[in-house]
Design a binder for this molecule. Structure first.
Ligand SMILES: C[S@@+](CC[C@H](N)C(=O)[O-])C[C@H]1O[C@@H](n2cnc3c(N)ncnc32)[C@H](O)[C@@H]1O
Length: 365
């Protein structure tokens, strides 16, 4: 049966605004709907929820992405007997008029919450099973990202799949973050941390990275999303206000810090000053040299806790090369850091269709 119009247009919207790979958009469902009812009104709905959506107008995905998207929509329209849709051709003409490709673009990630509800209230086939329902949280993370995988000598200027996966998992486990101090390592341009700040009510969120361009873009993205990072990137911020609430600070409005933190040179004293309850990181296990620096820093974190409880540590990684991941696990064993794989269910893949080769490890430091 063809999908109702608003539902299909909204599925295009979520993926389009985040500039997810074009192949992951629901083209087969669109073809099916057009075959069932060759009506250009459906295309008009999709256009309104994507290219003409206020978020796209303000923070547009790359011109190339929009061009390819519109070309595909036009192909679908022309393959049916539906009336031509002038707005579609006009939109493509507008994109073609844009200046040459920029090295930056925007991506807008609409956050959704996964609700587990009692099936009895949902007239479900098996009333004994709880059902999972996706509900928009009403929050969106808009980011300025690089259009290249590596630019300025860093991989940190775009959002990687592990960051999406870690955020999905966090959205399902908000209690872990609520009213606590979170330290994120290798934050890149900030997706995971901003999503957590918007939905999980941490007390303090410390974003960190070592690359100057990444730190600059991270700061800009945090502001773009309505948070004001602490003015100075110093370690003293935390030690001076140890245990104290900043006036007006609450979990709806977490204190946000951007710290320049290189795993190779951070000292135990600096790490102690951060007073992290939870440490998270996404896609930081991709190179043997980086792995050793990361584990060295985790060891310093474990010895720098004085009378405090050790932080809980969660690291999400895309397993591109199993040897690299095994090296990470072997080095953790050598360092005496216990670890376990956090089981993720298919329900964890609700935010976007994240690749299945992402795993989250919990480390006990
Ligand atoms: C693949 S990117 C991941 C960015 C982000 N977490 C994500 O998943 O989208 C790796 C990040 O780790 C940072 N990084 C690499 N080595 C580092 C080090 N020694 N100290 C701190 N950050 C480092 C890089 O600057 C980069 O931002």
């Amino acid at each position: 049966m063809a999908e109702p119009r608003p539902g299909l247009a909204l599925r295009f919207q979520r993926r389009f605004l985040a500039a997810r790979p074009l192949r992951s958009l629901p083209w087969p469902e669109l073809e099916q709907s057009l075959r069932a009812a060759p009506d250009s009104a459906l295309l008009a709905d999709i256009l309104r929820e994507t290219i003409l959506h206020p978020l796209c107008v303000k923070y547009p995905p790359s011109a190339k992405y929009r061009r390819c998207f519109l070309t595909e929509l036009i192909k679908k329209l022309e393959s049916t007997a539906a009336e031509p849709l002038d707005e579609l051709y006009q939109a493509l003409a507008d994109v073609l008029k844009e200046e040459e490709e920029s090295t930056h673009c925007y991506k807008n990630y609409l956050l959704v919450l996964l609700l587990i509800v009692n099936s009895k209230s949902m007239a479900c086939a098996d009333a004994s099973l709880p059902s999972r329902v996706l509900q928009p949280s009403g929050d969106c993370v808009s980011l300025c990202e690089s259009t290249a995988l590596i630019s300025g000598g860093t991989t940190g200027l775009l959002t990687w799949e592990a960051a999406l996966h870690l955020a999905q998992w966090a959205l399902q486990n908000p209690g872990l973050f609520r009213d606590r101090t979170i330290l994120e390592l290798g934050s890149g341009i900030g997706f995971t941390g901003i999503a957590i700040c918007k939905t999980c009510q941490p007390r303090t969120f410390i974003f960190s990275d070592c690359h100057p361009r990444v730190l600059r873009q991270l700061g800009e993205n945090i502001q773009l999303n309505g948070f004001t990072p602490e003015p100075d990137v110093t370690w003293s911020i935390q030690t001076e206000s140890q245990g104290q609430e900043v006036e007006g600070q609450n979990c709806q409005n977490p204190k946000v810090v951007v710290a320049e933190l290189d795993w190779g040179s951070a000292t135990e004293k600096q790490l102690l000053g951060l007073r992290a309850d939870v440490v998270i990181a996404a896609d930081v296990v991709y190179d043997p040299e980086i792995i050793l620096a990361l584990i060295g820093m985790l060891q310093k974190l474990s010895t720098s806790r004085a009378d405090r409880k050790a932080p809980e540590v969660f690291i999400a990684s895309t397993i591109r090369n199993p040897d690299t991941h095994q090296l990470f696990q072997a080095e953790l064993d050598k360092a005496g850091i216990r670890w376990q794989v956090i089981p993720t269910h298919s329900s964890c893949n609700f935010l976007y269709d994240v690749q299945p080769d992402v795993t989250i490890l919990q480390l006990f430091i």
